[in-house]
Ligand binder design. Structure first.
Ligand SMILES: NC(=O)c1ccc[n+]([C@@H]2O[C@H](COP(=O)([O-])OP(=O)(O)OC[C@H]3O[C@@H](n4cnc5c(N)ncnc54)[C@H](OP(=O)(O)O)[C@@H]3O)[C@@H](O)[C@H]2O)c1
Length: 279
């Protein structure tokens, strides 16, 4: 078991980032918990009293902020053993409804932000000849579901980037993986990008069905994700290519593996044709 790692996490003001910071620090790791706005550090400070948690500012949309953040960690510790690319947000609505700004925002943070962070940390890990990068993907990066098309596209991209980075960096002693949680209770739903325009009448029935299906889905404790991440980081075994987390993620990633794609998406389409919602 590896102990006392220097871990840099993005998006720690709440949700998985915050929970994971606490779990890892409780296990003795030195956790650099970054967030884009340090005014939001109160909850982290309160929960991490007496633990080796160090809040710092990083906005993954801003290259200068990333540079400063990474330099800060290096100045304090001289190394970065683990990077957890967690910062991200969802979006909710039919693909036709998003404007350019909304589309760019989704990819700016979830995809380009993750890649910017990775590019900033890779030279450090290359020099160390070791390092682990855990990208927070999603079940939505494995299965494309209506209403989440834009978000799914961003998380499919995270999966693709992970698979390529894994190969490109293996000879440097660096391991890369993607964590694919199903739905968990965080601030994810409240913080989603919603199209600014009024929903066209032709999409209202579909969105009503989706809203009904999603109600009560995001209930599991985010600590489960933190514990899984700790288990992965503390294992001396090489990291797997991906880790589904939660019941839904396990079931659907298995179905996606064993069922032919055409059949899978045909079933989903017919489910949405058949499902009625009451007014
Ligand atoms: N919850 C789920 O069901 C679920 C499932 C699968 C995957 N995920 C993924 O898990 C990750 C964490 O989400 P969460 O569920 O914990 O949601 P959350 O509670 O809304 O937390 C998201 C975190 O990302 C931060 N963030 C957003 N944009 C940022 C930026 N430009 N720079 C730095 N930080 C930024 C937020 O900061 P602010 O407070 O400043 O907004 C917040 O700290 C995301 O990548 C999400 O896609 C979530």
């Amino acid at each position: 078991m590896k102990t006392k790692q220097v871990i840099l996490i993005t998006g720690c003001s709440k949700g998985f980032g915050l929970e994971t910071s606490i779990v890892l620090a409780q296990k003795g790791h030195r956790v650099f918990s970054s967030m884009r706005n340090l005014k939001k550090q109160d909850k982290l400070r309160e929960l991490s009293q007496g633990l080796p948690v160090y809040p710092l500012e990083i906005d993954v949309d801003k290259p200068s902020s990333i540079k400063k953040g990474v330099q800060y960690v290096l100045k304090q510790t001289g190394k970065i053993d683990v990077l957890i690319n967690n910062a991200g947000l969802g979006s909710w609505g039919p693909l036709e409804e998003f404007n350019d700004q909304e589309m760019h925002h989704q990819f700016e943070t979830n995809v380009f932000g993750l890649l910017r962070m990775t590019r900033a940390v890779l030279p450090v890990m290359r020099q160390q000849k070791q390092g682990r990068i855990l990208n927070i993907g999603s079940l939505a990066g494995r299965i494309a579901v209506p209403g989440m098309g834009l978000y799914c596209a961003s998380k499919y991209a995270v999966r693709a980037l992970t698979n390529v980075l894994r190969i490109e960096t293996q000879s440097f002693g660096i391991q890369v993986t993607v964590i694919e949680p199903g739905p968990f209770k965080t601030n994810f739903v409240e913080n989603q990008i919603i199209p600014q325009t009024e929903l066209k009448a032709c999409y209202q029935t579909l969105m009503k069905k989706l809203n009904a299906l999603n109600k009560n889905r995001f209930r599991s404790s985010a600590t489960i994700v933190g514990l899984k991440i700790a288990e992965i980081i503390e294992s001396s075994k090489p990291m797997k290519i991906c880790y589904p987390v939660g019941r839904e993620a396990h079931i659907f990633s298995l179905l996606e593996k064993i069922l032919p794609q055409g059949f899978f998406y045909q079933r989903m389409a017919s489910f949405f044709r058949r499902t009625a919602v009451s007014d």
